[in-house]
Design a protein around this ligand. Structure first.
Ligand code: GUN
Length: 288
């Protein structure tokens, strides 16, 4: 049976450290780090995630401002808001919650965020820094994944890492983080041939494809480390919310083969917002 990598517990431990750090910064500078979040539309998971970010920020004494925009917002207004926040000395971090409504150009919008305030690490400039091996801000979910992998205390050098999912937000950045740790990295996606065989070669398997129970137990190598990034809502009439959450990995089967595995919920998820707060504190310290 695999050891469970408890992201909830780890996130609580890190949150405590960040709270102490913010308290110290407030004493020294008489002001708190300040995170600004832009959210366009009412995509239900985004509302949940943004609420968590706000709640956690307040919990550690950080200032948090949410700019809510309607689903139909014009791109120019989003960009104007970003430009204003870029110039605002009180703001240390700016993020645009994704996904954006379809009519908005995500890349064009993200790339208006000043690199010093891009605490999500999603601008072309920040991605370039990561790819070059000299990261500036590391995207939050991949940074959380690395914190969980560190819990296993294994030597990463020379290990085979297989990633399923090639998004800008998870798949691509985690590939470069693992490469930086000298893993041999294979970046797979939904159109990869013999995906089951690729997965079964992994010492470290990271799954971020957004399909419930996509990875079967037979795809998991014995004693592998399995990181499940998926958070999928599946209909459940017995639950008050009408759904429950499952990962991209068939946990029940994979837990029998892996050495380490992350649960869903309570694995990678809780770390994302914590890493965002960590990056915002870094920005405050770097650019004060
Ligand atoms: N949507 C889901 N995860 C994230 C994230 O980490 N950052 C942003 N901006 N949007 C997201």
């Amino acid at each position: 049976m695999a050891k469970i990598l408890d992201g909830k517990k780890l996130s609580e431990e890190i949150l405590l450290k960040l709270k102490r750090e913010v308290t110290g910064l407030k004493e020294k500078y008489k002001k708190a780090p300040h995170l600004a979040v832009i959210m366009a539309g009412t995509y239900p998971p985004s509302i949940v995630y943004v609420n968590i970010k706000g709640k956690k920020a307040k919990e550690i004494g950080m200032d948090f401002t949410l700019f809510k925009m309607p689903e139909t917002v014009e791109e120019q207004l989003v960009i104007k808001t970003i430009n204003k926040l870029n110039r605002d000395k009180k703001i240390n971090g700016i993020i645009v919650q994704l996904p954006l409504p379809k009519h908005l150009n995500e890349r064009r919008i993200l790339d208006h965020i000043a690199i010093e305030k891009d605490v999500d690490g999603l601008t072309t400039e920040n991605i370039g820094a990561l790819v070059s091996g000299y990261p500036y801000y590391i995207p939050c979910t991949p940074q959380g994944i690395m914190e969980l992998v560190k819990l296993t205390k294994q030597k990463l050098e020379g290990k085979r890492a297989v990633i399923i999912g090639r998004s800008n937000i998870v798949g691509k950045p985690i590939a470069f983080l693992l490469l930086k740790e000298h893993c041999t990295v294979t970046l797979c996606h939904s159109r990869t041939r013999d995906l089951d065989r690729e997965a079964a070669s992994a010492d470290i398997l990271v799954v971020a494809i957004g399909r419930p129970h996509f990875v079967k137990g037979s795809w998991v190598k014995k004693a592998a480390t399995v990181i499940d990034v998926g958070i999928n809502r599946v209909e459940d009439k017995t639950s008050p919310k009408g759904y429950h959450l499952v990962g991209d990995v068939d946990f029940k089967a994979a837990v029998k083969k892996a050495a380490y595995i992350t649960p869903v919920p309570g694995g990678v998820g809780p770390l994302t917002s914590i890493m965002l707060l960590k990056n915002t504190i870094e920005s405050f310290k770097k650019n004060y």
